[in-house]
Design a protein around this ligand. Structure first.
Ligand SMILES: *[C@@H]1O[C@H](CO)[C@@H](O)[C@H](O)[C@H]1NC(C)=O
Ligand SMILES: *[C@@H]1O[C@H](CO)[C@@H](O)[C@H](O)[C@H]1NC(C)=O
Ligand SMILES: *[C@@H]1O[C@H](CO)[C@@H](O)[C@H](O)[C@H]1NC(C)=O
Length: 507
């Protein structure tokens, strides 16, 4: 059984496809990647009909002093239970909703999120919704139960609104994975709209492409914000939903390959060690959404920014760092509740661990030359020096080949705040299609200020800092002295606005 599943899973990975036997069967396609209970026979899938009616959600009001313990349950219909649990009806109320589970136990992030919520909102009611009994099924079954569980939560919300006379804008549902869709059903079935739903990497399988009524959607609360951390189309399926499902959908690191999770490495190991080699990395990426949210609660002063962008590719070119007309927003708890008619998709980069915030820079430069050259694929290294520190040897990813007389734009990020930018160095090394001697020649004379030269030149670098929204222009420092060096230093131009504009389209 295990081997059979592994084969099926491996056959989903494009780079392993060639070397592995492909034995995909319809029956096993019910099993979505790690969303399968490997150790149970599939026939279990069909034995849950009797349990359909007893989808039970329990509401545990956790205490700041015991974020991990279920000490007091609020029981819908029993008003006394509110007082018994010291429910504060004038405070914010959070409902934390877990996702699908293999173990049948709360995962460790639950207590961390509860703690972080109390850290930020001391008088809040943080209620953990326990639907473990249903969530513990095979993924497909658990996914089917999200609606019934959501409806139960909706009845709880209706009851609490009436009993505690509580304004619903004080209610914030936070759902992870399948729990995000549970929150969506809860919101859409509640009589009145709740204030906010945060979807933390809402589950993809069985929900991607579904009608808005059958998944989390902007209609489910006054404001719906979503963090996507594990969306990937290339595997033929995505653990986290790819499509935007809220008012604001943020895709940290493009919504995939979260730094520090080493998913790429794990995927390569899968052939040797089977699916279990990969589960930690997958969990790391999927759960990153929760930790980004926790980060935003704990590190209010270091809130990460996300930027509206048409695509992740454009973001990776640094083309979307504007904050005009609410084009940027805060990641996580302190997000501004911007409600547009259409979904807003935003992007950000992160560090590998808390605090996740980075500093984004766009570098725009014009490569000029007398000789037509195109399809250059150099490796570029940039170091930034600022008033508070430096970030050395950063390597912007080139999203396109470099071409003569074109303006190219790159994204650079620093993990530390380097303050105001004072100076930068720029290094270019040709990698493809050039012999070693050509390369040396190229490097040594590339920066020549000689106008007869046939070499590529960069005279200015335009920089936009996302976090400060500062725009700067940097010029080559002392062009003559650079002739024999492959690293060139740029400093702030003395008269940046006097030079005539570049004859290339603005992007
Ligand atoms: C209930 O919450 C409000 C504000 O949210 C706070 O002022 C009040 O002290 C709280 N009551 C108790 C008993 O903690
Ligand atoms: C690039 O632009 C410069 C200045 O406009 C011009 O002199 C040069 O011939 C152009 N190079 C090519 C290859 O067209
Ligand atoms: C460079 O190429 C462009 C189009 O590919 C052409 O219009 C231009 O005349 C060329 N310039 C030189 C200097 O060869």
């Amino acid at each position: 059984m295990l081997d059979f599943l592994n084969i099926r899973i491996i056959s989903n990975l494009p780079y392993l496809k060639e070397t592995q036997p492909v034995n995909a069967s319809k029956a096993v396609s019910l099993c979505f990647f790690v969303f399968c209970n490997f150790l149970e026979p599939l026939s279990d899938l069909f034995q849950h009909k009797d349990e359909a009616r007893q989808t039970v959600a329990k509401f545990s009001l956790r205490k700041p002093s015991h974020p991990d313990d279920d000490l007091c349950y609020i029981i819908p219909g029993e008003a006394d239970s509110l007082a018994a649990c010291t429910f504060n009806s004038t405070s914010k109320t959070f409902l934390v909703i877990h996702g699908w589970t293999l173990s049948g136990m709360f995962e460790s992030w639950v207590a961390k999120l509860v703690s972080a919520l109390y850290e930020r909102e001391q008088t809040a009611n943080v209620i953990v919704v326990d639907w473990l009994a249903s969530a513990q099924n095979h993924y497909v079954v658990a996914a089917q139960k999200t609606k019934a569980v959501g409806q139960q939560i909706a009845r709880f919300i209706d009851w609490i609104e009436e009993t505690a006379n509580m304004p619903l804008e004080n209610i914030h549902l936070i759902g992870y994975s399948l729990g995000a869709h549970v929150a969506g059903f809860a919101g859409s079935h509640a009589t009145n709209k709740v204030g906010r739903i945060t979807g933390l990497d809402p589950a993809g399988p069985d929900f991607e492409g579904e009608h808005a009524h059958r998944r989390l959607s902007p209609d489910d609360a006054y404001f719906v914000d979503v963090l996507h951390t594990f969306t990937r189309g290339s595997l033929g399926l995505s653990i986290g939903i790819q499509q935007p499902v809220g008012h604001v959908d943020i895709y940290p690191n493009g919504g995939s390959f979260q730094p520090g999770c080493n998913l790429r490495g794990a995927l390569e190991k899968i052939a040797n060690f089977g699916i279990f080699a990969v589960t930690d990395a997958i969990k790391c990426e999927h759960e990153r959404s929760v930790h980004l949210f926790i980060d935003s609660l704990l590190n209010e002063q270091e809130a990460a920014k996300a930027y509206r962008c048409g695509s992740n590719d454009m973001f990776d070119r640094g083309m979307c760092l504007s904050c005009r007309k609410s084009r940027c927003n805060t990641v996580g708890y302190d997000i501004s509740k911007v409600r547009k008619a259409r979904n807003v998709q935003m992007y950000t980069k992160t560090r590998a661990s808390m605090p996740f915030r980075v500093y984004h820079y766009q570098l725009k430069m014009h490569f000029s030359s007398k000789v037509n050259r195109s399809e250059m694929d150099p490796s570029i290294t940039v170091s930034l020096y600022g008033t508070k520190g430096e970030a050395e040897n950063l390597e912007p990813k080139l999203k396109e080949k470099i071409t003569t007389n074109r303006t190219h734009s790159f994204l650079l990020v620093t993990e530390e705040d380097i303050g105001d930018l004072l100076m930068l160095t720029f290094k270019w090394e040709e990698t493809n299609g050039w012999s070693a001697s050509n390369m040396l020649k190229m490097v040594s004379s590339w920066w020549s200020g000689d106008s007869d030269s046939s070499n590529m030149e960069v005279h200015k670098i335009r920089i936009r800092a996302g976090e400060t929204q500062q725009k700067m222009v940097f010029c080559v420092k002392d062009a003559e002295a650079q002739n024999s060096k492959q690293e060139v230093t740029f400093v702030k131009c003395k008269n940046p606005w006097r030079t005539k504009p570049q004859g290339t389209p603005k992007r």
